[in-house]
Ligand binder design. Structure first.
Ligand code: SF4
Length: 434
């Protein structure tokens, strides 16, 4: 190793997929003798694991790179930009920040220890797809009790607004055995809950095994207590998968099902491959078969040519489906996507107005949905202490809602039955069942 102490700091931007990748990279660095430190000032190498999903996310990374220049001048720290922005922009990163030492794309970030060992004096750009030699690595993670398990990489859907298929490549599923093995490793390391991750878990395939088969294998062949997954595409949501949710007790009752728009014309322009009627039908079936399911979604307002009436269809969809919560965004152009060729004709103030109205509506619906939880008993995986009150612990319910209750730190890392006493739009409050 060329570095003196081998200290590193990973800063992760973006989604759970990036968090999972950062966990694997940290484990690989540790296996090579490197050591994570808390602050960038103490690190000999700073790694920015980046997100390209919105312009804002990329701007934040360039802002951070500007700040890192001062540290670089002071102590010569090595800087690596890895992940989606590295994949998408490559050379442009080095033009705008020539002091960056390494640029490694979404499938190449795991090669960083090799480049550090070589001490290459010039910036390296590596963005080929297909590097996956990470078997036998137990990823580092933020929580001792829950972990992300990547089951597939890339996406074949090419929704017209989305950069993911370009920066993460075509869809590749990991074998069932390997995923089961990774979950077993996590269980041996104290993990109680796993979240299986893919851009579109519903199109997972390993030989004859589909995603429902994978869930059954993870549930039956490991001692994991709770299983979640993310993200699902509505066009691929099968009855077989819904059946597993209904029959497998380890499955948590939460389904994240991105709708994006309530208008069929906009859905078609987005290339989503379903109509609102199809989507609504899937939700009805989900709720019939798994009545307790909590449903969350992603919504975009201000897609090119979206009219006020079409925006109102999205509001109507939120009222009709009654999501437990939503991730809501205003459309932002991503160069290189099909939608970038459309005229971005909804003015920014109008996008902001629509988004504000949508958020206000969702807040009301979330409040109503959470009131329905009051009086119920929920099972919570307690994962920490409340930031505001050290005498209160927090955790997630089966439906992925945050639940707070008064208890000591000895509850952390246990699964507790809790009576829900009160609720607001974002949080449930309760007391443990005696
Ligand atoms: S399904 Fe669509 S939105 Fe999701 S990652 Fe693939 S292309 Fe992007």
């Amino acid at each position: 190793m060329v570095l003196k102490n081998g200290t590193y700091k990973i800063v992760t931007f973006g989604c759970q997929m990036n968090l999972a990748d950062s966990g694997v990279l940290a484990a690989i660095l540790n296996a090579h003798g490197y050591r994570a430190v808390e602050t960038e000032q103490d690190a000999e190498v700073i790694i920015l694991n980046t997100c390209s999903v919105r312009q804002k996310a990329e701007d934040r990374v360039f802002g951070r790179l500007g700040e890192l220049l001062a540290i670089k001048r002071r102590n010569g720290v090595k800087i690596a930009v890895v992940g989606c922005m590295a994949q998408r922009m490559g050379d442009e990163i080095l033009e705008r920040a020539p002091y960056v030492d390494f640029v490694l794309g979404t499938d190449r970030l795991y090669e960083l220890p090799g480049y550090l060992a070589n001490g290459e004096p010039i910036p390296s750009i590596h963005t080929d797809f297909g590097y996956e030699h990470i078997d036998g690595i137990v990823p580092e993670r933020d929580s001792p009790y829950s972990a992300f398990v990547t089951i597939s990489r890339g996406c074949d859907n090419f929704c017209t607004y989305c950069i993911v298929p370009y920066v993460r490549g075509r869809e590749r599923s990991y074998p069932v055995d390997r995923i089961v093995g990774q979950v077993r490793d996590f269980v041996a390391d104290g993990v109680l809950e796993v979240t299986l991750l893919g851009q579109n878990v519903n199109s997972y395939r390993d030989g004859d095994s589909d995603f429902a088969d994978l869930l059954k294998a993870v549930a039956s062949q490991t001692d994991i207590r709770r299983i979640r997954f993310m993200t699902s595409h509505p066009k691929d949501l099968s009855d077989k998968l819904i059946e597993v949710l209904a029959t497998e007790p380890k499955m948590m009752t939460h389904f994240h099902l991105p709708l994006q728009s309530g208008s069929d014309r906009i859905l078609q322009k987005m290339g989503r491959g379903y109509t609102f009627a199809h989507y609504h039908d899937r939700v009805r079936t989900l709720r019939e078969v798994v009545p307790d399911i909590s449903i969350t979604t992603d919504l975009i307002v201000g897609f090119p040519s979206e009219t006020e009436e079409e925006f109102r269809m999205t509001l109507d969809a939120v009222r009709e489906i009654r999501y437990d919560s939503s991730f809501m965004f205003r459309y932002s152009v991503r160069e290189g996507t099909a939608a970038a060729r459309l005229i971005d004709d909804v003015p920014e103030p109008e996008k902001i107005r629509r988004l504000t109205e949508l958020i206000t509506l969702q807040k009301t619906v979330s409040y109503e949905k959470n009131q329905e939880e009051v009086g119920l008993v929920r099972e919570v995986l307690v994962d920490g202490v409340s930031r505001r009150d050290p005498s209160v612990v927090k955790g997630k319910t089966e439906g992925n809602k945050t639940l707070l209750f008064k208890a000591g730190p000895e509850y952390i890392g246990t699964i507790q039955k809790v009576n829900v006493i009160t609720a607001d739009s974002w949080t449930l409050h309760g007391e443990p069942v005696k």
